[in-house]
Design a protein around this ligand. Structure first.
Ligand code: ADP
Length: 509
């Protein structure tokens, strides 16, 4: 049966059908579109199949790869966080001490596969560009030995799948021609081709002197037909799997769109109610009882707004459409100002709040509204976790080329075993009967995501019964003038309203 006579089989469909132990070469001309169409789906299928995915970087950057994954509806960062997806610098693998060291590469790959299996993955998926002619000086003429050893020592023994990228413009044709012989599958012009010129390692090693003969063998019709029919079977399943993949992507998109529009639908009436409540507030000044009821309405209105905002933001962050408005901003001023704005809430409950910092002024690139949001979230958690006479300390310190912002409290602290899960969605660590002033368990997930969007990290130190400290580390970098975004003041809710929303769950109503 002729492969060519089969009806159209898309490249992505073929990629989906690949399995562990497949070894492919992508022969391309450095065209970005080609890379997008082939390499990115190749890696994503690995993620969906519980394989550990390692991407060896060449010309492209992690940002470009993440951005393209987002276009496909996949937030790569989430997989990077769990370690399922790893970017590796090519010098780490290919050029140990500037030498293309085959023994090192083989043992590194075997160790990586074994670790992946211990971590519970089904195998290793890897892609790397074999780099340009400038790397010949490191010994890349050994590329053929490398591919043969990969086939003999790794592919035949371990669960691995690899896509080796060869930029046709960077090699001399002879090398490409030889490389071709050592990959059972070749991706070329938007299709995966079974390679009739593939040479089994044993044949290569045994008959190196007589390659002519090896070619004759490979072109043996019966062997070739047999291979073709097994590939044909693969192609048949491909189309089915591709339809499933497309349906999955479509469903994910639909779910996000539904959540977004639902949250918007909720927000409009809530905002209208809020305005009406504010007007009522003005009219009911003298009436004590009505004022109390009005407060309950306002407070709960704020709570619903907070919940809807959080749901909207989670959906946006997950789909990659949440973007920061970065500006050069004095973070010391911002943090000091915010601390004094919230002081009254702490005083009302008999708690102390203090601001300390080791510099007068520190201008760095941040999205000020989102940094405020992070702080308000941590501060509202601190207020909920503390008792009268407890202390809350807000610190901003410059340490080497970083800014460290921490919010510490002398409150109830967090148990050791809960520390790991606290940044996950819908996680609250208390038993349900003390949940009177609890939120929805979304806050810390959003805080962590916003910190990471700033290229920062967040750590937690806590002793149960003694208190907790959330430590945020941000890069102390600045933007050039033209990179800074302007924030539309008119669209920004006032700090008072934002405080009302973020602190809406600190009272027991
Ligand atoms: P919530 O909206 O419930 O506050 P978060 O994601 O902000 O959700 O927090 C998750 C849980 O972590 C909270 O329910 C609380 O139990 C715990 N937590 C957060 N901050 C502190 C803190 N400073 N001290 C003790 N527990 C905390």
């Amino acid at each position: 049966m002729e492969l060519q006579t089969q009806k159209d089989t898309t490249l992505v469909g073929q990629l989906n059908q690949l399995q562990l132990r497949d070894h492919l070469a992508l022969i391309y001309d450095g065209n970005f579109q080609e890379w997008k169409r082939t390499v990115v789906p190749f890696m994503l299928f690995g993620l969906f199949q519980n394989e550990k995915c390692v991407y060896i970087l060449e010309d492209e950057t992690p940002e470009q790869i993440r951005a393209f994954c987002l276009e496909l509806g996949v937030n790569l960062k989430a997989y990077e966080k769990t370690g399922a997806f790893v970017f590796l610098n090519k010098t780490k693998l290919y050029y140990q001490n500037n030498v293309f060291d085959l023994d090192f590469i083989v043992s590194f790959l075997i160790a990586t596969i074994e670790n992946a299996l211990t971590e519970g993955y089904s195998g290793l998926r890897i892609t790397g560009d074999m780099a340009g002619s400038d790397n010949i000086k490191y010994g890349l003429e050994k590329a053929i030995d490398y591919e043969v050893r990969m086939n003999q020592e790794i592919f035949s023994k371990y669960p691995i799948i690899a896509l080796c990228r060869y930029n046709i413009n960077r090699y001399d044709t002879d090398l490409i021609k030889n490389i071709l012989k050592f990959h059972p599958y070749i991706v070329w012009e938007n299709r995966i081709h079974e390679n009739p010129y593939y040479i089994f390692p044993e044949e290569y090693l045994a008959e190196e002197a007589n390659q002519e003969e090896t070619f004759q063998l490979l072109e043996d019709i019966s062997a070739f037909t047999q291979k073709k029919s097994s590939f044909f079977n693969k192609v048949m399943v491909l189309e089915k799997n591709y339809a499933i993949f497309e349906a999955q992507l479509g469903y994910e998109k639909l779910k996000n769109e539904f959540l977004l529009s639902l949250s918007h639908e909720f927000r409009t009436p809530l905002n209208l109610m809020f305005t009406a409540l504010q007007l009522l507030d003005l009219q009911l000044k003298a009436d004590e009882k009505s004022r109390r009821y009005l407060n309950i309405l306002k407070q709960n209105n704020y709570r619903l707004i907070k919940l809807v905002n959080n749901l909207l933001d989670i959906t946006r962050i997950k789909s990659g459409s949440y973007s920061l408005k970065m500006q050069n901003c004095d973070i010391v001023y911002l943090a000091r100002n915010l601390t004094s704005s919230v002081e009254k809430y702490f005083k009302e409950q008999g708690k102390k709040i203090q601001f300390i910092c080791n510099v007068e002024r520190k201008v760095i690139a941040i999205d000020p509204l989102n940094i405020e949001r992070i702080m308000l979230n941590l501060l509202s958690n601190a207020i909920k976790a503390t008792q009268p006479n407890d202390l809350i300390l807000v610190r901003v310190d410059e340490v080497e080329s970083k800014v460290i912002m921490s919010i510490a409290d002398t409150g109830r602290g967090i148990k050791e075993e809960k520390k790991k899960i606290i940044f996950e969605q819908f996680r609250r660590v208390e038993d349900s009967f003390v949940r009177n002033s609890e939120g929805s368990g979304l806050g810390l997930w959003i805080v962590k995501s916003l910190v990471e969007l700033h290229s920062g990290t967040i750590d937690l130190e806590s002793s149960y019964g003694e208190g907790s400290e959330f430590i945020i580390t941000l890069p102390a970098s600045k933007l050039s003038e033209e990179m800074a975004e302007t924030i539309d003041e008119q669209e920004t809710p006032s700090l008072l309203d934002r405080l009302g929303v973020e602190f809406s769950d600190i009272y027991d109503i």
